[in-house]
Design a protein around this ligand. Sequence first.
Ligand SMILES: [Ca+2]
Ligand SMILES: [Ca+2]
Ligand SMILES: [Ca+2]
Ligand SMILES: [Ca+2]
Length: 219
Amino acid sequence: MRRPSMQRGQRAGFTIVELLVSMSLVSVMAGLAMMIQSTGNNALKSSTQQTEAESRARRGLDRVARELQRAVVMNMFTNFTPLAPDSPSLTYLSAAGLVNGVLVPGSITSIAWESDPRDPDNGVDDDGDGLVDEGVVALWKNVGEGDQVRVVICTDVTEFFAGELNNGADDNGNGLMDEAGLHFVQDGNLITMRLSVEDVASDGTRVSRTAETSIRMRN
Ligand SMILES: [Ca+2]
Ligand SMILES: [Ca+2]
Ligand SMILES: [Ca+2]
Ligand SMILES: [Ca+2]
């Protein structure tokens, strides 16, 4: 039995509508998939940068600790003066060695937070890396001598420690006021070092990580 021609036309129109709806659904699903993938990629990049920042903070502080540990092991601290409560540097006179059981004075070594010359301290991100007035951890050996050397052992160190603002108050509640991104705290012969580094994720958010370690010095 033949169907009326109008029914065939209605069926054909409905098929076109179905096609359009299907195409719209496919577009929406593709958009959603791209959005999910993009979100996943951003999360992955952010996570990677957090891990990288954490690793950099740890490596930097491990290097500082190794320098001090060598001095401790070799009993090189011969002129260690008490630190300021939140000192951004540590300077000590090392001994060159022992001669007939007597310590021979050696060279001056210094470990310090220093402003990154590419981004001077002016409240502006001069080098355009997303971080403002960042610094480095510099290791100075043979200070004041002809063979004085400066080695940068960590970059993108924050000007102030994580959670701290330059406002005369202890914002992060660690007992120190406006402490630097690298600082040393002395308690008797125990030196605690803290380091704070930053990175900028692909979406522009800042990733901050800190590391802390302590060394007990023998005199
Ligand atoms: Ca910068
Ligand atoms: Ca600057
Ligand atoms: Ca503080
Ligand atoms: Ca503060």
